[in-house]
Ligand binder design. Structure first.
Ligand SMILES: [Zn+2]
Length: 201
């Protein structure tokens, strides 16, 4: 089963945004969406595997299996069922979509957010509801720290090589701070998603 440890799962060699995504169009194009089949989906950065999930294809849905953990904590196994929906194409045939596990809207792409894969609109809603949930402080801190490291992101998890002229000690200190902050973000976001009791099966 694939590992998808939240945070500290990425190498320090490259900048990786926390937003791992799956795209149904790519799976369709690759011809791997055959009912009954199982495949492993991997994310690579510089040819190095960063994360992987196992995907079981069944009639009308896929089951995503992966292990996730926060900050070297215990691993948790997640099995997330994502319904597939279809819409007719103008020129015959049909298009396939994920149904977002949170809001049930159709989506071609789902983004890994904490323990779950959710659509872009839901990630946007998390961002918008940040002040309501006290997340804005963490997002702001994330942005401030990542800017120091030359990246403009409010939830980046890993950072590029040390900015020129910065002491190694400072760089390590800031990137550790930023990673810890990212952990807190993931924990808070997971809570929000759990609280919203979104149609997770
Ligand atoms: Zn959604």
């Amino acid at each position: 089963m694939g590992g998808l440890g939240s945070g500290r799962r990425f190498s320090h060699r490259g900048y990786v945004d926390a937003n791992l995504a799956i795209d149904i169009r790519i799976w369709k194009r690759k011809g791997i969406l055959l009912s009954g089949s199982i495949f492993t989906w991997r994310w690579l950065v510089n040819d190095e595997e960063q994360a992987q999930i196992r995907v079981l294809v069944e009639d009308g849905h896929v089951v995503l299996s992966y292990r996730t953990r926060i900050n070297f904590g215990e691993w948790h196994t997640v099995e997330l069922t994502v319904t597939l929906t279809y819409s007719p194409c103008n020129y015959g045939g049909e298009r396939i979509w994920f149904s977002c596990p949170v809001c049930c809207r159709r989506a071609a792409k789902l983004f890994c957010h904490g323990k779950y894969f959710i659509c872009r609109k839901c990630t946007g809603q998390l961002y918008e509801s940040q002040s309501e949930w006290g997340l804005h402080r963490l997002y702001r801190k994330g942005r401030r720290l990542s800017l120091k490291l030359g990246v403009n992101s409010y939830r980046a998890v890993s950072y590029p090589v040390k900015p020129k002229g910065m002491h190694l000690k400072t760089y390590k200190y800031i990137s550790n701070e930023a990673e810890d902050n990212f952990m807190s973000i993931v924990i808070e976001e997971d809570k929000i998603i759990d609280d919203l009791q979104l149609n997770l099966k």
